[in-house]
Design a protein around this ligand. Structure first.
Ligand code: FES
Length: 151
């Protein structure tokens, strides 16, 4: 019996209760695998965010990431180091229905805790239901600083 077929006040069957429990467990597993490091508050100056590499030791190696809460931007942004000097600033807003996406550093994947969508380090979807890529802001490296413009 689905929820829409259920008469008001009808008791849950054992199968329905166990099925709901399995769903909760799978959501918990998704949630545990992809955590978001505490976001640092930063301000954009003239629309541009600047992060000194000396202030972000997490970015010393590929796969390292720093979560940022940029003044005026509703969702956190993950500043992520790919291979070499490939940095990306990724808006952590899922393109399915807008949940905040987490980062699984071990698997180097962005994972949405709401319905399980996954994205690669470039923000491209690798598992649905999300079909569109995450918003990625280009990052420039200028000496010892990283700069990007969250639009
Ligand atoms: Fe992210 Fe649904 S909101 S998968």
């Amino acid at each position: 019996m689905s929820d829409k077929d259920r008469p008001t006040g009808a008791p849950w069957t054992r199968r329905e209760v166990l099925g709901a429990g399995a769903g909760a467990v799978s959501l918990a597993v998704i949630g545990c695998a992809a955590k978001l490091p505490p976001a640092r508050e930063v301000k954009a100056e003239a629309g541009e965010v600047t992060i000194r590499l000396a202030d972000a030791p997490e970015l010393a190696q590929a796969g390292g990431a720093v979560a940022l809460k940029v003044d005026g931007v509703k969702k956190p942004i993950l500043l992520l180091r790919g291979e070499g000097d490939a940095y990306r600033a990724i808006l952590l807003k899922c393109t399915h229905v807008g949940c905040t996406v987490g980062y699984d550093e071990a698997q180097r994947a962005l994972v949405c805790p709401c319905h399980g969508s996954r994205f690669d380090e470039a923000g491209a979807p690798t598992k649905g239901p999300a079909k569109e890529p995450l918003t990625v802001y280009p990052v420039t490296v200028e000496g010892e600083a990283l700069r990007f413009r969250p639009a």
